[in-house]
Design a protein around this ligand. Structure first.
Ligand code: SF4
Length: 469
């Protein structure tokens, strides 16, 4: 039976969420075809030939795009069994079953469930619609396989590292672990993994990196929710990476708390080729950080900035500035802190525009501070609605979002976009903006290495993505 693994969007990366199950399914005897709608044409022949179509939903944006693609997929192939898998699948189970016709929903460690589904369908036919036998969320430890990447588009078609001055690096992507041992209240990993994480054997991680280097990768993004959840795993992986590929650079996501706790390894990261670390700061307001249960404070973030500067490690902080508990003054405070700490060039402008999303199952739903602001669950938007007590915050959100988008379209620098956001934030507070006197970098460039697709998983689909369907 033909199995079609389909991805809609994975932050500009070649999807690990297709390559890994492709290996499991091929080993089980399936005829597997991969289709990544982020870069591939809508392949009607492959869609029409599949007995099982499994759609990968690792994040909000991917799920929103999938909801637009499914009617077209169904019109081509109404009889295939439809499966949704990945982090956002179990969170949106009801919507995916009733609105999109999903027959099987798999979250957590989904590869084993996909293989079981393939075997059941192979024995009984695609029309077989007995109740799902695999759990909605599996955290079973599974024996990972080397991802199969031969059915995917070339790495050069995906996001690259922008090194500045027209230099770029081709990016590969792998995962050394899944899940997370922390329980941050706003995080979509938590309702699925509930404080647990699973590691991919180090040798398999290196083997996957090697096949991507052979395919042209000059940089690897580790997509682990938090790379330092298992420090005893992460450090040997990057040491082995550097020993075999001394020219290869990489990036990873590491929380503030872990950067502080493992400060002795910041040098290790730099020495082994780490180009930058994404760190989810979310807020510089300690009350907000407390509600989110982030495990760090404003002072911790400032301390990490200084430690990273000493280690020559580039930080790429992410934020959620628009939450029910943030204020116009608080937003200005965030901008001032970034100026005072010399971080303006390190923050992707889109990070100053993010508004809290609350998926089904979010731990925030348990918190009284959140319930006060909560509206209905909007199934199509995949999020609970909430309104800000200060309507001027919603207006500011719209203004800074437009400024970031316009600046991006025009090719403005981070400094230039920040300057406009700085002006808007002061105006929202009825203040005249003081002039921004940002220091000139020692190397004469204000550009910091970054992925050409900024890290944020909660964006609405773009006009171009919508036009596809
Ligand atoms: S540390 Fe990161 S991945 Fe882990 S629960 Fe918190 S936000 Fe989620």
């Amino acid at each position: 039976m033909n199995v079609l693994l389909l991805s809609t969007y994975e932050l500009g990366h070649q999807p690990f969420g297709l390559a890994s199950p492709a290996a499991f399914l091929a080993d089980a005897g399936a005829d597997v075809h991969c289709l990544d709608l982020a870069v591939d044409a809508f392949d009607e022949i492959a869609i029409g030939a599949a007995g099982l179509i499994a759609i990968y939903l690792p994040m909000h944006t991917a799920t929103r795009i999938a909801s637009m693609a499914v009617p077209r997929i169904r019109s081509i192939n109404p009889s295939a069994h439809l499966c949704f898998y990945g982090l956002y699948a179990p969170l949106n189970e009801a919507y995916l079953r009733t609105e999109l016709g999903g027959g099987t929903i798999l979250g957590g460690e989904f590869e084993g469930g996909l293989v079981n589904l393939y075997r059941r369908l192979s024995s009984n036919g695609p029309a077989f619609d007995a109740a799902q036998s695999d759990p909605l969320i599996s955290l079973a430890k599974q024996e990972f396989r080397l991802p199969r990447r031969d059915g995917l588009a070339a790495l050069s078609q995906y996001a690259h590292v922008d090194m500045g001055q027209n230099a770029r690096r081709t990016v590969g992507y792998t995962e050394a672990s899944r899940g997370c041992k922390h329980l941050c209240r706003h995080c979509p990993v938590v309702p699925v993994y509930d404080g647990k994480f699973r590691i991919v054997p180090p040798q398999l991680v290196i083997d996957d990196i090697r096949q991507q280097v052979d395919a042209g990768a000059e940089h690897i993004t580790f997509g682990d929710p938090d790379f330092f959840n298992g420090i005893g795993h992460a450090i040997p992986v990057v040491e082995a990476l550097h020993a075999e590929f001394p020219e290869l650079s990489y990036d990873a996501t590491i929380k503030v708390e872990h950067l502080l706790k493992h400060a002795n390894h910041l040098d290790t990261l730099v020495r082994t080729g780490c180009l930058f670390v994404t760190t989810a700061v979310e807020s510089v307001d300690d009350r907000v950080l407390d509600i989110l249960d982030k495990g760090h404070t404003r002072d911790d973030f400032v301390q990490v900035i200084k430690m990273a500067a000493r280690a020559n490690l580039t930080l790429s902080p992410t934020f959620i500035p628009f939450l029910p508990w943030s204020s116009r003054e608080g937003y200005l405070d965030l901008l001032r802190l970034l100026v005072d700490q010399g971080m303006v060039d390190y923050v992707a402008p889109v990070q100053l525009t993010i508004r809290l999303l609350i998926p089904e199952g979010s731990r925030l739903l348990d918190v009284e501070e959140m319930r006060q602001h909560l509206g209905e669950f909007d199934a199509a938007a995949l999020s609970y609605q909430w309104s800000h007590p200060d309507p001027a915050m919603d207006a500011l959100h719209a203004q800074v979002s437009a400024a970031a988008e316009a600046g991006d379209t025009e090719g403005a620098t981070r400094r230039q976009i920040f300057g406009e956001i700085w002006r808007l934030a002061h105006a929202a507070c009825g203040l005249n903006p003081p002039s921004l006197d940002l220091p000139v970098a020692l190397d004469g460039s204000d550009h910091k290495p970054c992925l050409s697709e900024p890290w944020y998983c909660c964006a609405e689909p773009t006009a171009k993505q919508i036009a596809e369907f």
